[in-house]
Design a binder for this molecule. Sequence first.
Ligand SMILES: Cc1ncc(COP(=O)(O)O)c(C=O)c1O
Length: 382
Amino acid sequence: MSTPSLSSAELPTYTRWPVTIVRGEGSTVWDDSGRSYLDLYGGHAVAATGHCHPEVVRAIREQAGDLLFYSNVVALPVRARAAEAIAAQAPAPLSKVFFVNSGTEANENAMRLARRATGRTDILSFDGGFHGRTADAISAAGLAKYREMGKPNVPGHRFVPFNDLAAAEAALDENVAAVLIEPIQSMAGVITAPASYIQGLRTLCDERGAKLIYDEVQTGFGRTGTFFYAGRHGVVPDLVALAKGIGSGFPMGAVLVSEEIAATVKPEDYGTTFGGGPLACAAAEATTRVILEEGLLGNVRAGSLRLKQGLAGLPGVREVRGEGFLLGVALDKPARPARAALLSRGFLVGGSDLPDVLRLLPPLVLTAEEIDRFLEAARGIL
Ligand SMILES: Cc1ncc(COP(=O)(O)O)c(C=O)c1O
């Protein structure tokens, strides 16, 4: 295994895994000694179409040769194409896209859009939730340690337990602009909102005049086997925050909104210099096309079943939960040594806020053969 390179010029913001990655292709990455690893962490849930998908790389290269950057003060054909490609995958009435640069920025803008549309101030979110690290998003963190890091917090954030409709009903008064939810709480250990709960939240929002925001930074762009989680169980939110897989690794975020929310926006209300830049849009357009043309949604559904069935039969596995390629594997022992052992055998997997839960967030292109290879290694280790 290679030694991790931490330059003395880098702030030590993350606990680094003991590996230095220099190259990627599909679901495989290579370290600086030439050793390969099967990436079941997907570069942090980002490499949607796999590492360096040739179509995505080609689109970025071609766009780089034409125009590296111009901001939102001009129209860009590639921005228009990317917005149309993404909106075409969204259930009605979600139909308009605002491009930003990251997941946290998508959530910040989603909350601001909801506040301005309703004239209300407060945001209701959930214990266990995670929405990013800028001021408003970190103030909506239901994992208290993040909220603490973001102090002083933005006022007007309220929290209720996940999957407790009565608590949401009690908290959702006339000051609440929006309910902000990860339909599958990822960092919290992969906890899925039941259909009846999410339907109940939609009804509550409609009755009380609040907007429903899905944080689909992880669930979006095919990760759960449908293009968006929005639309599942007959529930369509008013706003969706996107990032991670949207550009297959090119930094980007977006807010997808309903016609009704879009009608409240006028020029100069919202902005970002880099959001919607040509390279990011080329990457997003290519990512969307590849997901559809290569049938990756079906691959995720089939692969997920294979992973779930294989993992459920392994010793030491208590539960496998989540959907598609957003899976939590609850062990009967701490996850950290298992992750380290898998890494030493050439498999990258994630942890979560729960010490006994492994997280799998592989590229959507992960094959059956790769899954079987991982299951065999996991059997040996667990
Ligand atoms: C559900 C969710 N929302 C928001 C974010 C923040 O995204 P970013 O790191 O791009 O700001 C993350 C990042 O892990 C996330 O998992």
